[in-house]
Design a protein around this ligand. Structure first.
Ligand code: XLS
Ligand code: NI
Ligand code: NI
Length: 438
Protein backbone atom coordinates (compact mmCIF):
# COMPACT_ATOMS: atom_id res chain seq x y z
CA UNK A 1 0.00 0.00 0.00
CA UNK A 2 1.54 3.36 -0.97
CA UNK A 3 2.32 5.70 1.91
CA UNK A 4 1.36 8.75 -0.11
CA UNK A 5 -1.26 9.00 -2.84
CA UNK A 6 -0.26 12.45 -4.09
CA UNK A 7 3.52 12.17 -3.61
CA UNK A 8 4.55 15.06 -5.83
CA UNK A 9 2.15 17.55 -4.30
CA UNK A 10 2.79 19.42 -1.08
CA UNK A 11 0.44 21.57 0.95
CA UNK A 12 -1.27 24.23 -1.16
CA UNK A 13 -0.34 27.73 0.00
CA UNK A 14 -1.67 31.21 -0.62
CA UNK A 15 0.73 33.08 -2.93
CA UNK A 16 -1.43 36.04 -3.93
CA UNK A 17 -2.99 37.27 -7.19
CA UNK A 18 0.32 37.62 -9.03
CA UNK A 19 1.37 34.01 -8.57
CA UNK A 20 1.52 31.84 -11.69
CA UNK A 21 1.94 28.64 -9.67
CA UNK A 22 -0.97 26.34 -10.62
CA UNK A 23 -0.70 24.63 -7.23
CA UNK A 24 -1.15 27.78 -5.13
CA UNK A 25 -4.11 29.89 -4.06
CA UNK A 26 -4.29 33.31 -5.67
CA UNK A 27 -7.24 34.57 -3.60
CA UNK A 28 -8.09 32.09 -0.86
CA UNK A 29 -6.07 33.27 2.10
CA UNK A 30 -7.58 31.22 4.95
CA UNK A 31 -6.76 33.64 7.77
CA UNK A 32 -7.41 36.91 5.90
CA UNK A 33 -10.28 38.89 7.39
CA UNK A 34 -13.38 39.91 5.43
CA UNK A 35 -16.07 41.84 7.31
CA UNK A 36 -14.24 40.91 10.52
CA UNK A 37 -14.25 37.15 9.96
CA UNK A 38 -11.57 34.92 8.41
CA UNK A 39 -12.10 33.52 4.92
CA UNK A 40 -11.86 30.05 6.39
CA UNK A 41 -14.77 30.76 8.75
CA UNK A 42 -16.85 32.48 6.08
CA UNK A 43 -16.47 29.81 3.43
CA UNK A 44 -16.17 26.58 5.43
CA UNK A 45 -15.05 24.55 2.42
CA UNK A 46 -15.79 20.84 2.22
CA UNK A 47 -14.60 18.12 -0.16
CA UNK A 48 -16.97 15.33 -1.18
CA UNK A 49 -16.04 11.69 -0.93
CA UNK A 50 -18.21 10.51 -3.81
CA UNK A 51 -16.85 12.49 -6.75
CA UNK A 52 -13.34 13.09 -5.47
CA UNK A 53 -12.57 9.59 -4.18
CA UNK A 54 -15.08 7.37 -5.99
CA UNK A 55 -15.61 9.17 -9.30
CA UNK A 56 -13.96 7.23 -12.13
CA UNK A 57 -14.91 9.47 -15.03
CA UNK A 58 -17.28 6.94 -16.60
CA UNK A 59 -20.28 8.10 -18.62
CA UNK A 60 -22.95 6.16 -20.52
CA UNK A 61 -20.72 6.11 -23.60
CA UNK A 62 -17.42 5.22 -22.04
CA UNK A 63 -15.52 3.56 -19.23
CA UNK A 64 -13.83 5.39 -16.46
CA UNK A 65 -10.73 7.35 -17.40
CA UNK A 66 -9.44 8.55 -14.04
CA UNK A 67 -6.08 7.44 -12.65
CA UNK A 68 -6.76 6.70 -9.01
CA UNK A 69 -4.13 4.65 -7.17
CA UNK A 70 -6.45 4.24 -4.17
CA UNK A 71 -9.14 2.48 -6.23
CA UNK A 72 -8.15 -1.17 -6.57
CA UNK A 73 -11.72 -2.21 -7.38
CA UNK A 74 -11.72 -5.01 -4.78
CA UNK A 75 -14.72 -3.59 -2.94
CA UNK A 76 -13.24 -4.63 0.40
CA UNK A 77 -12.96 -2.88 3.76
CA UNK A 78 -9.19 -2.92 3.26
CA UNK A 79 -9.55 -0.92 0.06
CA UNK A 80 -12.01 1.43 1.79
CA UNK A 81 -9.50 2.16 4.55
CA UNK A 82 -6.79 2.88 2.00
CA UNK A 83 -9.21 5.22 0.23
CA UNK A 84 -9.97 7.00 3.51
CA UNK A 85 -6.26 7.70 3.91
CA UNK A 86 -6.08 9.03 0.36
CA UNK A 87 -9.05 11.29 1.11
CA UNK A 88 -7.46 12.77 4.22
CA UNK A 89 -4.14 13.27 2.45
CA UNK A 90 -6.00 15.16 -0.28
CA UNK A 91 -8.16 17.31 2.01
CA UNK A 92 -5.19 18.00 4.28
CA UNK A 93 -2.92 19.13 1.43
CA UNK A 94 -5.72 21.27 0.05
CA UNK A 95 -6.29 22.88 3.43
CA UNK A 96 -10.08 22.46 3.42
CA UNK A 97 -11.52 22.24 6.94
CA UNK A 98 -14.32 19.74 6.17
CA UNK A 99 -15.42 16.74 4.12
CA UNK A 100 -18.77 15.02 3.42
CA UNK A 101 -19.83 11.44 2.72
CA UNK A 102 -22.60 9.01 1.85
CA UNK A 103 -22.46 5.84 3.96
CA UNK A 104 -21.73 3.66 0.92
CA UNK A 105 -18.98 5.95 -0.42
CA UNK A 106 -16.84 5.29 2.59
CA UNK A 107 -17.57 1.60 3.12
CA UNK A 108 -18.58 -1.16 0.70
CA UNK A 109 -22.09 -2.60 0.35
CA UNK A 110 -22.34 -5.92 2.14
CA UNK A 111 -24.43 -8.90 1.04
CA UNK A 112 -26.84 -8.20 3.89
CA UNK A 113 -27.69 -5.11 5.92
CA UNK A 114 -25.82 -6.57 8.89
CA UNK A 115 -22.70 -6.98 6.74
CA UNK A 116 -23.01 -3.45 5.36
CA UNK A 117 -23.28 -2.12 8.92
CA UNK A 118 -20.20 -4.07 9.92
CA UNK A 119 -18.23 -2.67 6.99
CA UNK A 120 -19.35 0.84 7.88
CA UNK A 121 -18.30 0.39 11.51
CA UNK A 122 -14.84 -0.73 10.47
CA UNK A 123 -14.26 2.26 8.18
CA UNK A 124 -16.01 4.65 10.59
CA UNK A 125 -13.40 3.87 13.23
CA UNK A 126 -10.64 4.71 10.76
CA UNK A 127 -12.39 7.97 9.82
CA UNK A 128 -12.57 8.92 13.46
CA UNK A 129 -8.86 8.39 13.84
CA UNK A 130 -8.06 10.29 10.63
CA UNK A 131 -10.25 13.22 11.73
CA UNK A 132 -8.56 13.34 15.10
CA UNK A 133 -5.05 13.25 13.61
CA UNK A 134 -5.75 15.87 10.94
CA UNK A 135 -8.26 18.22 12.57
CA UNK A 136 -10.47 17.85 9.48
CA UNK A 137 -14.16 17.79 10.40
CA UNK A 138 -17.29 16.23 8.94
CA UNK A 139 -19.56 18.94 7.48
CA UNK A 140 -22.36 16.44 6.95
CA UNK A 141 -23.12 12.81 6.39
CA UNK A 142 -25.89 11.26 4.33
CA UNK A 143 -27.25 7.86 3.31
CA UNK A 144 -26.88 6.64 -0.24
CA UNK A 145 -30.45 5.44 -0.74
CA UNK A 146 -30.46 5.37 -4.51
CA UNK A 147 -27.66 3.17 -5.95
CA UNK A 148 -28.77 -0.30 -4.88
CA UNK A 149 -31.40 -1.94 -7.17
CA UNK A 150 -33.81 -2.31 -4.23
CA UNK A 151 -34.31 1.47 -4.42
CA UNK A 152 -35.54 1.41 -8.03
CA UNK A 153 -39.02 2.61 -6.95
CA UNK A 154 -37.69 5.03 -4.37
CA UNK A 155 -36.54 4.67 -0.76
CA UNK A 156 -38.76 6.56 1.72
CA UNK A 157 -41.33 6.86 -1.09
CA UNK A 158 -41.06 3.30 -2.36
CA UNK A 159 -44.25 1.34 -3.04
CA UNK A 160 -42.68 -1.36 -0.85
CA UNK A 161 -42.79 -1.07 2.95
CA UNK A 162 -39.87 -3.52 3.09
CA UNK A 163 -37.69 -1.22 1.02
CA UNK A 164 -38.80 1.71 3.22
CA UNK A 165 -37.45 -0.16 6.25
CA UNK A 166 -34.08 -0.70 4.57
CA UNK A 167 -33.93 3.03 3.85
CA UNK A 168 -34.82 3.85 7.45
CA UNK A 169 -32.18 1.45 8.72
CA UNK A 170 -29.57 3.06 6.48
CA UNK A 171 -30.44 6.57 7.66
CA UNK A 172 -30.41 5.39 11.28
CA UNK A 173 -26.90 4.00 10.89
CA UNK A 174 -25.65 7.00 8.90
CA UNK A 175 -27.00 9.29 11.63
CA UNK A 176 -25.19 7.28 14.30
CA UNK A 177 -21.88 7.68 12.48
CA UNK A 178 -22.52 11.34 11.66
CA UNK A 179 -23.02 11.89 15.38
CA UNK A 180 -20.00 9.80 16.34
CA UNK A 181 -17.82 11.76 13.90
CA UNK A 182 -19.11 15.05 15.27
CA UNK A 183 -20.86 15.98 12.00
CA UNK A 184 -22.08 19.56 11.78
CA UNK A 185 -25.30 18.50 10.04
CA UNK A 186 -27.05 15.71 8.16
CA UNK A 187 -28.39 15.83 4.57
CA UNK A 188 -31.38 14.22 2.91
CA UNK A 189 -31.16 14.19 -0.85
CA UNK A 190 -34.08 12.19 -2.21
CA UNK A 191 -32.18 10.43 -4.97
CA UNK A 192 -35.19 8.42 -6.15
CA UNK A 193 -37.96 10.05 -4.12
CA UNK A 194 -40.23 10.87 -7.03
CA UNK A 195 -41.79 9.06 -9.96
CA UNK A 196 -41.36 8.17 -13.60
CA UNK A 197 -45.10 7.92 -14.30
CA UNK A 198 -48.22 8.85 -12.36
CA UNK A 199 -49.91 5.79 -13.89
CA UNK A 200 -48.31 3.65 -11.18
CA UNK A 201 -47.95 6.24 -8.41
CA UNK A 202 -50.05 7.20 -5.39
CA UNK A 203 -48.49 10.62 -4.89
CA UNK A 204 -50.38 11.49 -1.70
CA UNK A 205 -49.49 8.21 -0.03
CA UNK A 206 -45.81 8.54 -0.99
CA UNK A 207 -45.62 12.09 0.38
CA UNK A 208 -47.24 10.97 3.64
CA UNK A 209 -44.70 8.18 3.94
CA UNK A 210 -41.88 10.66 3.37
CA UNK A 211 -43.31 12.92 6.10
CA UNK A 212 -43.45 9.97 8.52
CA UNK A 213 -39.88 9.02 7.59
CA UNK A 214 -38.61 12.49 8.44
CA UNK A 215 -40.46 12.47 11.78
CA UNK A 216 -38.85 9.14 12.64
CA UNK A 217 -35.48 10.65 11.74
CA UNK A 218 -36.15 13.64 14.03
CA UNK A 219 -37.15 11.29 16.87
CA UNK A 220 -33.98 9.28 16.40
CA UNK A 221 -31.82 12.39 16.24
CA UNK A 222 -33.21 13.44 19.63
CA UNK A 223 -32.61 9.99 21.03
CA UNK A 224 -28.99 10.11 19.87
CA UNK A 225 -28.51 13.63 21.18
CA UNK A 226 -27.36 14.80 17.74
CA UNK A 227 -27.47 18.60 17.75
CA UNK A 228 -26.75 19.44 14.12
CA UNK A 229 -29.56 20.46 11.79
CA UNK A 230 -31.11 18.28 9.12
CA UNK A 231 -30.96 19.65 5.59
CA UNK A 232 -33.09 18.76 2.58
CA UNK A 233 -31.29 19.19 -0.73
CA UNK A 234 -33.76 20.16 -3.46
CA UNK A 235 -33.46 18.78 -6.99
CA UNK A 236 -36.26 18.69 -9.57
CA UNK A 237 -35.38 15.68 -11.69
CA UNK A 238 -32.62 13.17 -12.43
CA UNK A 239 -32.77 10.32 -11.72
CA UNK A 240 -36.59 10.41 -11.67
CA UNK A 241 -38.54 12.69 -14.00
CA UNK A 242 -40.19 14.40 -11.05
CA UNK A 243 -38.54 14.53 -7.65
CA UNK A 244 -40.78 15.55 -4.73
CA UNK A 245 -38.08 17.86 -3.31
CA UNK A 246 -38.08 19.74 -6.59
CA UNK A 247 -36.96 23.20 -5.44
CA UNK A 248 -36.60 25.32 -2.30
CA UNK A 249 -40.27 26.38 -2.36
CA UNK A 250 -41.51 22.79 -2.75
CA UNK A 251 -39.27 21.64 0.13
CA UNK A 252 -40.45 24.45 2.39
CA UNK A 253 -44.06 23.60 1.60
CA UNK A 254 -43.42 19.93 2.38
CA UNK A 255 -41.74 20.82 5.67
CA UNK A 256 -44.60 23.13 6.67
CA UNK A 257 -47.31 20.69 5.66
CA UNK A 258 -45.75 17.91 7.72
CA UNK A 259 -44.81 20.18 10.61
CA UNK A 260 -41.06 19.63 10.25
CA UNK A 261 -39.78 23.14 9.65
CA UNK A 262 -38.26 23.48 13.13
CA UNK A 263 -35.87 20.63 12.46
CA UNK A 264 -34.80 21.30 8.89
CA UNK A 265 -32.93 23.78 6.76
CA UNK A 266 -32.04 23.53 3.08
CA UNK A 267 -28.83 22.56 1.34
CA UNK A 268 -28.94 24.45 -1.96
CA UNK A 269 -26.99 23.19 -5.00
CA UNK A 270 -26.35 25.38 -8.03
CA UNK A 271 -26.84 22.78 -10.73
CA UNK A 272 -30.09 21.62 -9.09
CA UNK A 273 -31.37 25.19 -9.00
CA UNK A 274 -30.71 25.61 -12.71
CA UNK A 275 -32.33 22.24 -13.52
CA UNK A 276 -35.40 23.60 -11.71
CA UNK A 277 -35.38 26.65 -13.95
CA UNK A 278 -34.10 28.96 -11.21
CA UNK A 279 -30.86 30.75 -10.54
CA UNK A 280 -28.81 29.70 -7.53
CA UNK A 281 -29.40 33.11 -6.01
CA UNK A 282 -33.16 32.73 -6.36
CA UNK A 283 -33.04 29.47 -4.41
CA UNK A 284 -30.79 31.00 -1.74
CA UNK A 285 -33.16 33.95 -1.36
CA UNK A 286 -36.23 31.69 -1.09
CA UNK A 287 -34.48 29.61 1.58
CA UNK A 288 -33.04 32.66 3.35
CA UNK A 289 -36.37 34.49 3.45
CA UNK A 290 -37.87 31.49 5.26
CA UNK A 291 -34.99 31.36 7.75
CA UNK A 292 -33.96 28.00 6.26
CA UNK A 293 -30.69 28.74 4.47
CA UNK A 294 -28.42 26.02 5.82
CA UNK A 295 -25.60 25.01 3.51
CA UNK A 296 -24.62 24.94 -0.15
CA UNK A 297 -23.45 22.34 -2.63
CA UNK A 298 -21.10 24.43 -4.72
CA UNK A 299 -20.89 23.53 -8.39
CA UNK A 300 -22.28 24.78 -11.69
CA UNK A 301 -23.86 23.40 -14.85
CA UNK A 302 -23.23 24.20 -18.49
CA UNK A 303 -25.81 26.19 -20.44
CA UNK A 304 -25.19 24.02 -23.50
CA UNK A 305 -25.86 20.77 -21.62
CA UNK A 306 -29.17 20.19 -19.90
CA UNK A 307 -28.21 17.91 -17.01
CA UNK A 308 -26.48 17.82 -13.63
CA UNK A 309 -22.92 18.13 -14.94
CA UNK A 310 -21.58 19.06 -11.48
CA UNK A 311 -18.75 21.23 -12.74
CA UNK A 312 -16.45 23.09 -10.42
CA UNK A 313 -17.78 26.61 -9.79
CA UNK A 314 -15.46 29.05 -11.54
CA UNK A 315 -17.94 31.75 -12.60
CA UNK A 316 -17.38 34.95 -10.61
CA UNK A 317 -20.92 36.24 -11.20
CA UNK A 318 -22.19 33.05 -9.64
CA UNK A 319 -19.83 32.97 -6.65
CA UNK A 320 -20.25 36.68 -5.87
CA UNK A 321 -24.05 36.40 -6.05
CA UNK A 322 -23.96 33.37 -3.79
CA UNK A 323 -21.78 35.17 -1.27
CA UNK A 324 -24.01 38.27 -1.36
CA UNK A 325 -26.95 36.12 -0.29
CA UNK A 326 -24.93 34.18 2.28
CA UNK A 327 -23.63 37.40 3.87
CA UNK A 328 -27.09 38.97 3.76
CA UNK A 329 -28.52 36.09 5.82
CA UNK A 330 -25.75 36.28 8.39
CA UNK A 331 -23.23 33.75 7.03
CA UNK A 332 -22.92 30.02 7.58
CA UNK A 333 -23.28 28.60 11.06
CA UNK A 334 -23.34 24.80 10.79
CA UNK A 335 -23.32 24.83 6.98
CA UNK A 336 -20.54 25.43 4.49
CA UNK A 337 -19.42 25.45 0.87
CA UNK A 338 -19.37 21.83 -0.18
CA UNK A 339 -17.85 21.08 -3.57
CA UNK A 340 -20.39 18.61 -4.91
CA UNK A 341 -18.44 18.80 -8.17
CA UNK A 342 -16.41 16.51 -10.35
CA UNK A 343 -13.54 16.94 -12.77
CA UNK A 344 -14.31 16.32 -16.48
CA UNK A 345 -13.43 12.81 -17.65
CA UNK A 346 -10.75 14.34 -19.86
CA UNK A 347 -9.10 15.71 -16.69
CA UNK A 348 -8.03 12.25 -15.62
CA UNK A 349 -4.83 12.86 -13.67
CA UNK A 350 -4.81 13.10 -9.85
CA UNK A 351 -3.34 16.61 -10.04
CA UNK A 352 -6.54 17.72 -11.80
CA UNK A 353 -8.37 17.18 -8.50
CA UNK A 354 -6.12 19.84 -6.99
CA UNK A 355 -6.50 22.22 -9.93
CA UNK A 356 -10.28 21.85 -9.74
CA UNK A 357 -10.59 22.49 -6.01
CA UNK A 358 -8.11 25.37 -6.11
CA UNK A 359 -10.13 26.91 -8.94
CA UNK A 360 -13.35 26.56 -6.94
CA UNK A 361 -11.86 27.85 -3.69
CA UNK A 362 -10.26 30.84 -5.40
CA UNK A 363 -13.51 31.61 -7.24
CA UNK A 364 -15.39 31.57 -3.93
CA UNK A 365 -12.71 33.65 -2.19
CA UNK A 366 -13.04 36.22 -4.95
CA UNK A 367 -16.81 35.96 -4.75
CA UNK A 368 -16.58 36.71 -1.05
CA UNK A 369 -14.29 39.71 -1.60
CA UNK A 370 -16.52 41.04 -4.39
CA UNK A 371 -19.66 40.63 -2.27
CA UNK A 372 -18.02 42.40 0.68
CA UNK A 373 -16.88 45.26 -1.59
CA UNK A 374 -20.39 45.65 -3.03
CA UNK A 375 -21.81 45.77 0.49
CA UNK A 376 -19.21 48.28 1.64
CA UNK A 377 -19.84 50.51 -1.38
CA UNK A 378 -23.52 50.45 -0.51
CA UNK A 379 -24.96 51.79 -3.79
CA UNK A 380 -26.81 48.58 -4.68
CA UNK A 381 -28.15 48.10 -1.16
CA UNK A 382 -29.23 51.73 -0.97
CA UNK A 383 -31.02 51.49 -4.31
CA UNK A 384 -33.15 48.61 -3.06
CA UNK A 385 -33.90 50.29 0.26
CA UNK A 386 -34.92 53.52 -1.54
CA UNK A 387 -37.09 51.61 -3.97
CA UNK A 388 -39.34 50.50 -1.12
CA UNK A 389 -39.40 53.81 0.78
CA UNK A 390 -43.17 54.27 0.33
CA UNK A 391 -43.53 51.41 2.81
CA UNK A 392 -41.59 53.23 5.51
CA UNK A 393 -44.31 55.76 6.31
CA UNK A 394 -47.98 56.62 5.80
CA UNK A 395 -50.24 54.01 4.30
CA UNK A 396 -47.31 51.68 3.44
CA UNK A 397 -46.17 51.47 7.06
CA UNK A 398 -49.79 50.97 8.14
CA UNK A 399 -50.21 48.03 5.72
CA UNK A 400 -46.94 46.43 6.81
CA UNK A 401 -48.00 46.72 10.44
CA UNK A 402 -51.23 44.87 9.62
CA UNK A 403 -53.33 47.89 10.59
CA UNK A 404 -54.86 48.74 7.22
CA UNK A 405 -58.01 47.42 5.55
CA UNK A 406 -59.10 47.30 1.93
CA UNK A 407 -61.23 50.36 2.66
CA UNK A 408 -58.15 52.28 3.88
CA UNK A 409 -56.34 51.33 0.66
CA UNK A 410 -59.32 52.44 -1.42
CA UNK A 411 -59.53 55.76 0.43
CA UNK A 412 -55.82 56.34 -0.19
CA UNK A 413 -56.11 55.51 -3.92
CA UNK A 414 -59.23 57.68 -4.35
CA UNK A 415 -57.45 60.61 -2.71
CA UNK A 416 -54.45 60.21 -5.09
CA UNK A 417 -56.60 59.98 -8.25
CA UNK A 418 -53.60 58.41 -10.08
CA UNK A 419 -50.02 57.33 -9.31
CA UNK A 420 -47.71 59.86 -10.91
CA UNK A 421 -44.31 59.28 -9.28
CA UNK A 422 -43.22 55.76 -10.36
CA UNK A 423 -39.47 55.47 -10.89
CA UNK A 424 -37.27 53.42 -13.24
CA UNK A 425 -36.11 49.96 -12.11
CA UNK A 426 -32.66 50.82 -13.61
CA UNK A 427 -31.66 47.20 -14.28
CA UNK A 428 -28.97 48.10 -16.82
CA UNK A 429 -27.43 50.73 -14.56
CA UNK A 430 -27.39 48.27 -11.65
CA UNK A 431 -25.74 45.59 -13.80
CA UNK A 432 -23.06 48.08 -14.78
CA UNK A 433 -22.47 48.99 -11.14
CA UNK A 434 -22.16 45.28 -10.29
CA UNK A 435 -19.56 44.89 -13.04
CA UNK A 436 -17.41 47.60 -11.45
CA UNK A 437 -16.60 45.09 -8.72
CA UNK A 438 -15.70 42.05 -10.80
C1 XLS B 1 -27.00 14.54 -6.53
C2 XLS B 1 -26.80 15.19 -5.24
C3 XLS B 1 -26.05 14.37 -4.21
C4 XLS B 1 -26.26 14.90 -2.83
C5 XLS B 1 -25.89 13.98 -1.73
O1 XLS B 1 -27.33 15.17 -7.52
O2 XLS B 1 -26.22 16.43 -5.43
O3 XLS B 1 -24.70 14.30 -4.54
O4 XLS B 1 -25.54 16.09 -2.64
O5 XLS B 1 -26.66 12.84 -1.74
NI1 NI C 1 -26.26 17.16 -7.61
NI1 NI D 1 -25.46 17.66 -3.92
Amino acid sequence: MPKEFFPRISAIRFEGPDSKNPLAFKHYDAEALVEGRSMKEHLRFAVVYWHTMRGAGADMFGWGTAQRTWQTGEGTVKEAIQRARAMFEFVGKLGAPFYCWHDRDVAPHGKTLAESNKNFDAVGKELKKLQKDSGIGLLWGTAQNFVHPRYMHGAATSCSADVYCFAAAQVKKALEWTHELDGQGYVFWGGREGYSTLLNTDLKREMDHLGRFMHMAVDYKKKLGFKGPFYIEPKPKEPTKHQYDSDAAACLNFLREYNLLDHFKLNIETNHATLAGHTMQHELEVAGAAGALGSIDANMGDVMLGWDTDQFPTDLYLTSQVMLSILKYGGFTTGGTNFDAKVRRESFEPVDLFHAHIAGMDAFARGLKIAAAIRKDGRLGKFVADRYRSWDRGIGAKIEAGKATFSDCEKHALRLGEVTDLESGRQELLEAIYNEFL
